[in-house]
Design a protein around this ligand. Structure first.
Ligand SMILES: *Cc1c(COP(=O)(O)O)cnc(C)c1O
Length: 393
């Protein structure tokens, strides 16, 4: 079998992880089977004892899930990967594999809300303490680290304000304190940013977003060193939040076009951000590709493009934001992101609606803020529909 690991990104995206069956199929097959048969009792015993590699049961491993895992690991530059039932299952599985009672985590305040809930509500019950710090404040990260700190956790760029963390500097900080840096690489994907190359130890994904890229199914993944991945697989085998073979097939095929899609999402988002910047009624645009973005230069160094997420603040708060959304004809009013179809949402009353007004103010989620995940439709049509909404202001 050809080793695609030393080939270009796009070749890895299309070819890595494929193992043809005797039928010599061109496209990768799906293996919708819960279990696997053994040639004889010796083989069954050797498989269960871990003395012989091979499949036993699809809660542990499945050939289609393995295809996705190998392809994603090849793109992130990781030794190995583990597919999971959702992005949250990936984060939970990693935490359960690496942490124990008494451990301390430092997490960016700007992470996905459900990730914060996982730390605050559930892991806290098992004696894992988390402190939250500003993503962009290196001194705050340093000051929050204690002797019991085992992990630093972040997303970059953040949702919905697209703040950018200095991954290389935080990786050095983690190394100096003998803890691991985990990056949720959902917004950039390995097509635009490879945290492991910047020094991070582990990467988690919500495959639901750009890895699929067409809004079809829910899944997740963890990638990193082989020893940690064996621990994560051990947790998956025991607790069961495993990826389905059908979803794995969708994600593996999604990876084939990931680089092309992320390039187009970035190009479209940049055009939308520049256009919004010139519109009366729009008070502020958040996009790392704009020169006035506070981490524009950093984003340019650590990402190969600026990604598909743009947010902006309209004058007039919630009433104005809702009027704009009501004025749209066809842009999809949904909180999901990473889809070929442009999605648009009002964070203060949806994704960040469970925060108190005080917490929203601290997080910079203004009532007039709107977040877009710019899709692959013709840019002129996206601007046309946005303009229809802006006319309502
Ligand atoms: C959506 C999302 C998650 C959770 O993923 P699911 O697949 O919905 O479980 C985690 N992190 C980020 C940044 C996300 O956008």
């Amino acid at each position: 079998m050809t080793n695609y690991r030393d080939k270009g990104f796009q070749t890895r995206a299309v070819r890595a992880g494929q193992r043809r069956t005797g039928e010599q199929e061109q496209s990768e097959p799906i293996f919708p089977t819960s279990s696997f048969v053994f040639d004889n009792p010796e083989q069954a015993a050797a498989r269960f004892a871990g003395e012989e590699p091979g499949n036993i049961y699809s809660r542990f491993t499945n050939p289609t899930v393995a295809l996705f895992e190998e392809r994603l690991a090849a793109l992130e530059g990781a030794e190995a990967g583990v597919g999971t039932a959702s992005g949250m299952a990936a984060i939970l599985s990693l935490m359960m594999s690496l942490l124990e009672a008494g451990d301390h985590v430092v997490c960016a305040r700007q992470v996905f809300g459900t990730t914060a809930t996982l730390f605050n509500k559930y892991l806290a019950r098992f004696g894992i303490v988390t402190d939250f710090v500003d993503l962009t404040d290196l001194d705050a990260w340093g000051a929050a680290i204690r002797p019991e700190t085992r992990m630093l956790f972040l997303e970059s760029p953040s949702n919905p304000l697209t703040e950018v963390a200095d991954i290389r500097a935080l990786a050095e900080l983690a190394r100096a304190h003998d803890c691991r840096l985990v990056v949720d690489n959902c917004f950039c994907t390995p097509a635009l940013q490879r945290p492991l190359e910047l020094g991070a130890d582990l990467v988690v994904h919500s495959a639901t977003k750009y890895l699929d890229g067409q809004g079809r199914c829910v899944g997740g993944a963890v990638v990193g060193d082989a020893a940690t991945m064996a621990e994560v697989r051990g947790f998956l085998r025991t607790a069961g939040p495993s990826m389905s073979p059908f979803n794995a097939w969708v994600f593996a095929k999604g990876l084939e076009t990931l680089g092309l899609r992320m390039e187009a999402h970035s190009r479209h988002a940049r055009a939308v951000a520049q256009w919004l910047d010139d519109q009366p009624g729009v008070e502020q645009v958040h996009y790392p590709g704009l020169p006035e973005h506070p981490q524009h230069a950093l984003a340019g160094r650590q990402q190969s493009a600026y990604g598909g997420i743009v947010s902006f603040r309209v004058a007039g708060g919630e009433a104005a934001a809702w009027r704009l959304l009501e004025g749209l004809e066809w842009l999809s009013l949904t909180a999901n992101l990473g889809d070929a179809k442009t999605t648009i949402t009002h964070p203060a009353t949806t994704t960040h609606g469970r925060l108190s007004a005080e917490q929203r103010r601290e997080a910079g989620i203004d009532a007039g803020l709107i977040r877009m995940a710019v899709g692959l439709e013709s840019v002129s049509d996206i601007l046309d529909d946005l303009g229809r909404g802006l006319e309502r202001l």
